[in-house]
Write a protein that binds this ligand. Structure first.
Ligand SMILES: [Cu+2]
Length: 150
């Protein structure tokens, strides 16, 4: 009897420990959308991420069945006003803080669509965190001239 009680206690502690370790569990996503560009041009994915946890959540990438290639990028302008994009390997969402993937900033670069997306479609993209946890997010496909916020 005591053995069984100890076992139950131990598994309860393990479950609690696991829940605490999962970064994705503390992150909520809102305003997830994709800007669709014509032809074979890559689309961009945007989303506002909030971390309700007590430690940083670190986004390390994303994947989707809808696109063969999903990359985390940052757009910046150099001194001459030229737009540049760089690959981002780690993006920390601070504890109790927010990070936005938005035009002219961080974004998901989406290439090699499995089938051509249409405006109004919802596309599932899973965000990958440094601890191996995942956050599935539904992105709304919007036209090339869509405003920054939805
Ligand atoms: Cu990009």
């Amino acid at each position: 009897m005591l053995c069984r009680l100890l076992f139950l206690l131990a598994s309860g502690v393990m479950l609690a420990g696991r829940a605490q370790a999962a970064e994705a569990d503390h992150v909520t996503a809102s305003h997830a959308w994709i800007r669709l560009l014509p032809g074979e041009l890559p689309a961009s994915g945007y989303v506002a991420l909030r971390n309700n946890g007590v430690s940083n959540a670190v986004l390390v990438g994303a994947h989707s069945k809808a696109y063969a290639s999903v990359m985390l990028h940052q757009s910046t302008q150099d001194a001459g006003g030229m737009d540049r994009m760089t690959t981002v390997s780690r993006l920390a969402i601070p504890a109790q803080g927010e990070v936005s993937l938005a035009p002219a900033s961080y974004h998901l670069m989406l290439e090699q669509a499995a089938s051509p997306p249409k405006v109004g479609d919802t596309i599932d993209i899973t965000l990958d965190f440094a601890d191996g946890s995942h956050l599935p997010v539904a992105f709304l496909v919007r036209p090339a001239n869509a405003a920054d916020a939805n």
